[in-house]
Design a protein around this ligand. Structure first.
Ligand SMILES: *Cc1c(COP(=O)(O)O)cnc(C)c1O
Length: 425
């Protein structure tokens, strides 16, 4: 067993037979805090951010962490202290940013269904920009802002109609998607925005999808967005910032996405060539900052051999790791303590009463009941998507920094899961 077994997880490696996160033996954390347990490497998050910062060295850029990927307060605090703003998609996320000490003026608010109450909350907090996703939303935001005697800073999310070549559920930049304003309607929408007294046009944005592993969709999107900027500015509407969204993929199972700095070198060359290199830029990375900084530890409860399939039943489930059930997504699964000996092929499944409750299919593992496993790439879209289905309290979360491991969220008890419920008298 050696480090290449964990591709993409720079701060997780075997030392001898035991898997470590930075200087901390993961089995020790499982022992101390129980399982399932999310464990994040602070260094891995900061390294991922540093790759973007290198890529943008010398440029005007605001990196807005797309916090829905992992919205734990300690993670937000880490990125806020590193200078990040935040891309939010709800009023609840804004409350989290403020609770974590984030700066409202560096918040941008995306999402197709912002309510009036959320708009008021964001205006009162003084967020940096609303990424407006439809013509109808523009009218409502104008009304809400005027009602508060305010002017809302807006960017319009354009749908560049490029294929991000990713899973259909996480592709967002094609014509058939619910996101953004159609390419052909963009200029008219900007003209409307510029005419509304409650709005102040500040930028343009796009976000074409998630888990993108190729450069070409980004290059296409940059071209299409710059074409639009050219047209909008020719019509007399100044575009202060250009926001290219997030979406860069990570290695789950052999994918080879470009590194953030290499990707941005190419995209900035295109911006330079077209004369937009000195614009204020924004990006909204989520998964690529946190995904491979985290693992979820789980214990093998039972091995259940079968005629067609062998099952390895573990104590983590679809409520803790929803991506396989939602998108048939792949997570690597490795032992915390490597055993020698023959492997058996298992479907690794959780205890939840759903056939969709599987974490990995056809995995070759040498395991006994009581063994501990790490589900890899669990830093993004796992804890933040977790539910209490089957009245399973949400798992605890640990942030590792060198040899220190800090509990950043205790395990939820069953009582926690129903503490706000009311029995009618
Ligand atoms: C989810 C989302 C992101 C981040 O996507 P990743 O694939 O996690 O980088 C960025 N912008 C918007 C508008 C989003 O909805």
């Amino acid at each position: 067993m050696n480090a290449p077994l964990l591709p993409g997880h720079p701060h997780m490696a075997y030392r001898g037979t035991d898997l470590f996160c930075e200087q901390v033996r993961l089995a020790d954390l499982a022992q101390a805090h129980g399982t399932p347990l999310y464990v994040y490497s602070k260094a891995a998050m900061l390294d991922a951010l540093a790759a973007y910062q290198r890529g943008f060295a010398g440029r005007k850029v605001q990196i807005c962490y797309a916090m829905k990927a992992n919205s734990s307060l300690a993670v937000l605090q880490l990125f806020a202290r590193a200078g990040c703003g935040f891309d939010i998609v709800s009023g609840g996320e804004l409350a989290r940013v403020l609770a974590a000490g984030g700066d409202a003026s560096k918040v941008i608010f995306s999402g197709v269904g912002k309510t009036r109450a959320e708009m008021r909350q964001a205006l009162a907090a003084g967020i940096g920009c609303f990424n407006v996703e439809s013509e109808a939303e523009l009218e409502v935001l104008n009304e809400v802002a005027l009602g508060m005697g305010a002017q809302a800073p807006v960017s319009i999310r354009v749908n560049p109609n490029v294929d991000a070549k990713t899973h259909p559920y996480i592709s967002t930049g094609l014509k058939g998607n619910k996101f953004g304003v159609a390419h052909e309607r963009t200029l008219a929408t900007y003209q409307r925005a510029a005419a509304l007294p409650g709005l102040r046009v500040v930028g343009i944005d796009c976000h074409i999808g998630s888990q993108i592993t190729e450069v070409s969709p980004y290059l296409d999107a940059v071209d299409r967005v710059l074409d639009l900027v050219q047209g909008i500015e020719a019509a007399g509407i100044a575009i202060h910032h250009i926001d290219f969204g997030g979406g860069l993929g990570i290695t789950y199972n052999g994918e080879t996405p470009p590194a953030a700095d290499a990707l941005w070198q190419q995209l900035l060359a295109k911006l330079d060539a077209r004369g937009y290199g000195d614009r204020q830029l924004m990006i909204e990375p989520g998964r690529s900052l946190v995904g491979n900084a985290g693992v979820c530890l789980t214990e093998v409860l039972y091995l259940k051999p079968g005629e067609q399939k062998n099952f390895c039943i573990v104590d983590a489930a679809m409520n803790d790791l929803p991506r396989p059930a939602m998108y048939e997504a792949f997570h690597g699964i490795v032992p915390l303590h490597a055993r020698s000996g023959a492997t058996t092929t298992y479907d690794v499944v959780g205890p939840v009463c759903e056939s969709g409750d599987w974490l990995g299919r056809d995995r070759a593992l040498a395991v006994h009941s009581g063994d501990l496993l790490a589900v890899l790439s669990a830093g993004a879209y796992c804890a933040s998507m977790a539910s209490t289905y089957n009245t399973r309290g949400r798992a605890a979360e640990i942030l590792v920094d060198g040899s220190q491991a800090v509990l950043i969220r205790p395990r939820e008890s069953a009582a926690d899961t129903f503490k706000n419920e009311i029995l009618p008298s």
